[in-house]
Design a protein around this ligand. Sequence first.
Ligand code: HEC
Ligand code: HEC
Length: 202
Amino acid sequence: MKPAIRLLALIFLIPGSTAFASELETLIRECNDCHGNDGVSQWDDMPTIAGIDAFVHSEALYIYRDEARPCAMSTFRQGDTSRPEVTMCEVSAELSDDQIEELAEHYAALPFVPAKQEFDADKAAAGKVIHDRDCERCHSDGGSNAEDEASILAGQWMGYMRTTFNEYRAEEREQPGKMKQVMDALSADDEEALLHYYASQQ
Ligand code: HEC
Ligand code: HEC
């Protein structure tokens, strides 16, 4: 069969699946217009979502859909940037369970790329000591191991991480009970050191 005819045959034989695929592609484009191409962010306040474990990713979307986590208004960063600002709660309100699972699988299969960002080497060294003592047992390999099902901290953008720390501190975002114990015991300097340690892993 000529390629063009084969393509036509495909379109007519499996209309449902092609419609599904293009719908998913449209969604992915929308996500990437904020989170960056292939889910790798270029913006300090925007998390990279590539490479995050699929279970952690889908849980995050369900929690946003339930409006159980703070969701800030955000502008679109690329594509049609005249679109009105939206929140992650609004974005995920439009998603079915199936779409959430598909999106989570899609991004989990893409490589996490650590952010190129500035950090203070002394603070990073102090942060490593705190991380190894308090965080490494759940966030292994310096917070870079997606298989821990505890997200990726190493190389995530510092601005986003700072917001997250503040949300935990203010008890606006839920955290695993045993993580709360260690987080609550941190001083402001400890938190700052941890932020620089995660940013230093590039
Ligand atoms: C208008 C911009 C925008 C769009 C569109 C958008 N996001 Fe987000 N997303 C954000 C911002 C900003 C945050 C972090 C701050 C917050 O929680 O509000 C975030 C956070 C997330 C998180 C949490 C990351 C973590 O480490 O916990 C996930 C997962 C996520 N988005 C996935 C998606 C997916 C999948 C799509 C497409 C269906 C999408 N986002 C579309 C702006 C956007
Ligand atoms: C008992 C296990 C445990 C410990 C100890 C722990 N964490 Fe976590 N952490 C998790 C899990 C599980 C998640 C993912 C679930 C969630 O987002 O609520 C998480 C999520 C996070 C996130 C959110 C990441 C994102 O993408 O939004 C940050 C930041 C974080 N942890 C920092 C720390 C720091 C810093 C320490 C040490 C001071 C620490 N954690 C100790 C289990 C732990």
